[in-house]
Ligand binder design. Structure first.
Ligand code: NAD
Length: 296
């Protein structure tokens, strides 16, 4: 079985790495956090002293880092992955980052003859643990074909979105739509409450009518209709406002660069920025209903 160098084993990377161990891969793990590394070495991974150490002798490198600057640093620095990886190593970055950074790393990787894939995910920590993540991939057909059997061990939907940066592009388009649909769903419930409607009745009607959407039927922002939704846990343990805001800012940056009009995406970014500024960056993103009710 192949050896994988895994860089960044935090909330997402940790469970993803453990699923690769379960599948039988040898893992060499590096993270700036000793604690994060321990969660993977306890499951059988080998601790690496640095990123260079993690990729030594690896067939595949996977990274799961916070933002574009971390990815540029890990791949492009003088003693980074591109400088030190063996020829023919397959490189997969699963972080959610800006498209420009993703394309810069693609270009540098290609110039050195590496197959590189941007492969951000959706599905959250629960999906990472259950190996049910969706991967949105950008890169060549060859890079995708090589990566798919590895990604299959961490996810259940592995989609080739297109060339360099296409995975990041698909991810921010999806999350911008998600934010807009969540805010719209919340507004409908708040209006319904003011008009004296029972939330369960309104849910039953909208979920079978043209207002039906994922934010309503899978992630309902009022407690009751969808028992697994974070609204039933006072908006904890889901997809944090801070992470949604990060993705919305990436979407706005990309929209400006590409000249796309995204007025509702811009409004959604402002509303989530306001929620975060009020001290609720850790609240699940469906908790924005509380702000719309005037409770926060
Ligand atoms: P996290 O902060 O828990 O993990 C990131 C890890 O990277 C940390 O452990 C940190 O120590 C490590 N790190 C930072 N710089 C490093 C470096 N130079 N070398 C080695 N390690 C380094 O974040 P997370 O929640 O695991 O998210 C990771 C990525 O996945 C982000 O881009 C995020 O937007 C994306 N994402 C997160 C979720 C989610 O629900 N948490 C869902 C989808 C996508």
């Amino acid at each position: 079985m192949a050896t994988i160098g895994f860089i960044g084993v935090g909330n997402m990377g940790g469970p993803m790495a453990r699923n690769l161990l379960k599948a039988g891969y040898r893992l060499q793990v590096f993270d700036l956090s000793v604690e994060a590394v321990r969660h993977v070495t306890d499951a059988g991974g080998k601790k690496a002293a640095s990123a260079v150490d993690a990729i030594a002798g690896a067939d595949v490198v996977i990274s799961m880092l916070p933002a574009g600057r971390h990815v540029r640093d890990v791949y492009l620095s003088d003693d980074g992955v591109l400088a030190k990886a063996a020829p023919n190593t397959l490189l997969i970055d699963c972080s959610t980052i800006d498209i420009d950074s993703a394309r810069a790393v693609h270009q540098a990787a290609e110039a050195k003859g590496f197959d590189f894939l941007d492969a951000p995910v959706s599905g959250g920590v629960g999906g990472a643990e259950a190996a049910t993540l969706a991967f949105m991939c950008g890169g060549s057909d060859k890079a995708f074909a090589r990566a798919k059997p590895v990604l299959d061990n961490m996810g259940k939907r592995i989609v080739h979105a297109g060339g360099a940066g296409a995975g990041q592009a698909a991810k921010i388009c999806n999350n911008m739509l998600l934010a807009v649909s969540m805010i719209g769903t919340c507004e409908a419930f708040v209006l319904g409450e003011k008009l004296g409607l029972d939330p369960q009745k309104l849910f039953d009607i909208m979920s079978a009518a043209s207002g039906q959407c994922w934010s309503l039927t899978t992630y309902c922002p009022v407690p009751g209709p969808v028992p697994a939704a974070p609204s039933n846990r006072d908006y904890t343990g889901g997809f944090a406002t801070a992470l949604m805001l990060k993705d919305l800012k990436l979407a706005q940056g990309a929209a400006q660069g590409a000249g796309a009009a995204t007025p509702l995406g811009a409004e959604a970014a402002q509303l989530y920025a306001l929620l975060a500024a009020k001290g609720h960056a850790g609240l699940d993103f469906s908790g924005i209903i509380k702000m719309l009710r005037g409770e926060l």
